[in-house]
Write a protein that binds this ligand. Structure first.
Ligand code: PLP
Length: 422
């Protein structure tokens, strides 16, 4: 079998595109065609393809030590935990690195909350995505994630998300009094087991449609958790490591979670690394109750340290905020030109464009069509809810410059105009 047909052996479907190399925000296929990657790989290439400092850190570390078991100290791991504690909210002083990605980080966070509280239930949002292990698939919102599995885990309660454009309670953000937080009390009272360990929330939803909560939402959630002795967990697997223009979204919203999980962007240019950052009170989970072979890997830790060094450098996050605001402004012009664009929302370089049909109903088919045709325009685009949603995601690598952002927006202009004319 030749190499071109080997894709038939891959368990999951893949596209016809054969990608060959990448640099910065660009990915190139085997014919040399260039694409701007608006999905930053799998939303993990915070520093884009092949960032020289990450590649150097990987190369240098590979020559010294690729892996040592986590009972020993190594310089990259020590440097990484120190850096993460320095850069995260001040109450988070413990770092658990023995996780293999975002899913196992979230699952570990829930275990920590259960150990501390001695309680069971987990509260998450309707459109949330927290991972693909059986526990995190159960925790995530969306029935499509669970439909094939006859056996899920008990003890998860899903509550409406702060999606003001299509508010579950048919309220307006100016007058709602944050009903979506207040009503969680009713869910706890009437729909939980009465034993709630934690609330897990993405500060801005990643897969769910780039939902940015209204002012005060996360602070109100913090108060509710404090009143009830519930652990508040921020899943910052997508929002963390500079994506929203601050190192963590917790800083942007001025709210301190009890636990924060991070993964994806921490690897800079694709290294596999993740972490759970926890308040001292939550350090009761024993090492052997949550420990994965590839967690705390020395090579990946070196890449993560290099990544944090770049992102924490003066000016880097300002650029994320400025370029993000510029893209949003250009997208708002796009929205004014095309009535099917009903909302442009985001923070930093985590931006979503919501599309709808003539009656204002979510139009997932249109979003998919835009993503499909994006490839012809040199744009890699992904849509919300694993292709079932009506939000086109614009999340390029954080190293994007303003001229590159203009090129991205020029290509989006052409794509959206072609779609309107079709
Ligand atoms: N949490 C969020 C917000 C995510 O977007 C994802 C992955 O897309 C995960 C958790 C799961 O991370 P991983 O795929 O590294 O297990």
């Amino acid at each position: 079998m030749d190499l071109k047909r080997a894709h038939e052996l891959i368990y999951y479907p893949v596209s016809d595109h054969m990608m060959e190399h990448g640099e910065g925000i660009y990915l190139y296929d085997a014919d040399g065609k260039q694409y701007i990657d608006c999905a930053s790989g799998t939303f993990n290439l915070s520093l884009g393809y092949g960032h020289p400092e990450v590649v150097k850190a990987l190369r240098d570390q590979a020559e010294r030590l690729v892996h040592a078991t986590s009972v020993f100290q190594t310089e990259p791991v020590n440097a990484l935990v120190r850096r993460l504690v320095e850069l995260s909210p001040a109450n988070l002083t413990k770092v658990h690195l023995k996780v293999s990605g975002g899913s196992t980080a979230n699952e570990g966070a829930v275990k920590m909350a259960q150990v501390l509280t001695g309680r069971r239930d987990v509260i998450t949002l309707f459109r949330s995505h927290h991972g693909q292990t059986l526990m995190t698939a159960t925790m995530s919102g969306e029935s499509f994630r669970k439909a094939p599995f006859p056996s899920l885990l008990p003890g998860v309660l899903h509550v409406p998300d702060p999606y003001c454009l299509r508010c579950f309670y048919r309220e307006r953000p100016e007058t709602c009094g944050l009903l979506c937080v207040e009503r969680i009390n009713d869910f706890i009272e009437h729909a939980s087991s009465g034993s709630v360990a934690c609330v897990v929330v993405e500060p801005v939803s990643g897969s769910g449609g780039n939902i940015v909560p209204p002012d005060g939402y996360l602070a109100a959630l913090r108060r509710l958790c404090d009143e009830r002795g519930i652990v508040l967990i921020f899943d910052e697997v997508q929002t963390g490591i500079g994506r929203v223009g601050r190192m963590f979204a917790a800083e942007h919203f001025g709210v301190r979670p009890d636990i924060l999980t991070t993964a994806k962007g921490l690897g800079g240019s694709g290294a596999q690394v993740a972490a759970i950052l926890a308040d001292e009170r939550l350090s009761g989970l024993s090492g052997d109750h949550h420990s994965f072979t590839y967690g705390g890997n020395t090579l990946a830790a070196a890449a993560a340290v290099a990544t944090l060094d770049v992102i924490a450098r003066p000016g880097f996050l300002e650029n994320v905020r400025e370029v993000g605001a510029h893209i949003m402004e250009r997208l708002r012009h796009l929205a004014a030109a095309h009535p099917y664009v009903v909302d442009v929302r985001g923070l930093g370089l985590m931006i979503g464009v919501e599309v709808a049909d003539r009656d204002g109903r979510p139009d997932a088919a249109l979003a998919r069509s835009l993503a499909r045709h994006g490839m012809d325009h040199g744009l890699i685009l992904r849509t919300s809810r694993y292709g079932r949603g009506n939000v086109v995601k614009i999340r390029p690598p954080l190293v994007i410059t303003r001229p590159e952002a203009d090129l991205l927006c020029d290509r989006l202009d052409a794509l959206f105009a072609a779609e309107a004319a079709a």
